[in-house]
Design a protein around this ligand. Sequence first.
Ligand code: SAM
Length: 252
Amino acid sequence: MNAHPASPADAFALTPIGRIESDYPDKFGIPRQPGLAPAARARLVLLPPYDDPLTVRGLEAFSHLWLTFVFHQSPERWTPLVRPPRLGGNARVGVFASRSTHRPNRLGLSLVELTGIDTAHGGVALELAGHDLLDGTPVLDIKPYLPWAEARAAARAGFAPAAPPQCPVAFSAGAEAALEQRDDADSLRALIRQVLAQDPRPAYRRGAEARLYGVRLRDVDVRFRAEAHEDGPAMRVVALVDEAGFDDQTPD
Ligand code: SAM
């Protein structure tokens, strides 16, 4: 089979139809797939000329959407083999056998929940939940999800046969008190719990550690530590540092 090599002459110019405003200001801590942190919120703000409300007529009747987007914070270079975190960061698989962010064309695909459509402020913004998208992500296309055509519960899924294991998450009294000061206390607590339950630390860091980590969610820096627990590490939130740098690090 002698296919002629892919060349720039075959390239397609793609234009973003919108950008994501997300709860995730950094890549660190974003769950590896949608649905793992249902509390994660985002707005997909459509760009002119795609922000005509006619473009989303009837979309409100669908509960979930496929988003095709660009991993704009990933390098353009790619390698044939990648190291999925799910395999501990050691074993390597083919880039096309993975959902790696380092891939040809840097295209991502995510199934997200549609929680609302805002056309009241001029233009169109889609309100989304349970996503895995960095703030600023350029979106190339939106498609309604068709479960009768696309859900394959019995499909084989290779090295990722099920959702990753979840860790227990606890909050220090100080972190809880800081949360209680906020209008979004319940949704932020849920988001923190769901994100830390994924153990966002690098794949080569497992078990309990003295080291303090920070993950930025919405406008806070969540400081946490991995502690020993009977069934593997448990995450403890020790402080929330807001953008003004105030932290409430009172230990238990
Ligand atoms: N569901 C998508 C897919 O399968 O194509 C994404 C899977 S990828 C493993 C998920 C990771 O992409 C997140 O954990 C986050 O670190 C990274 N990510 C999200 N948005 C990004 C962006 N705009 N640029 C680079 N990396 C991004």
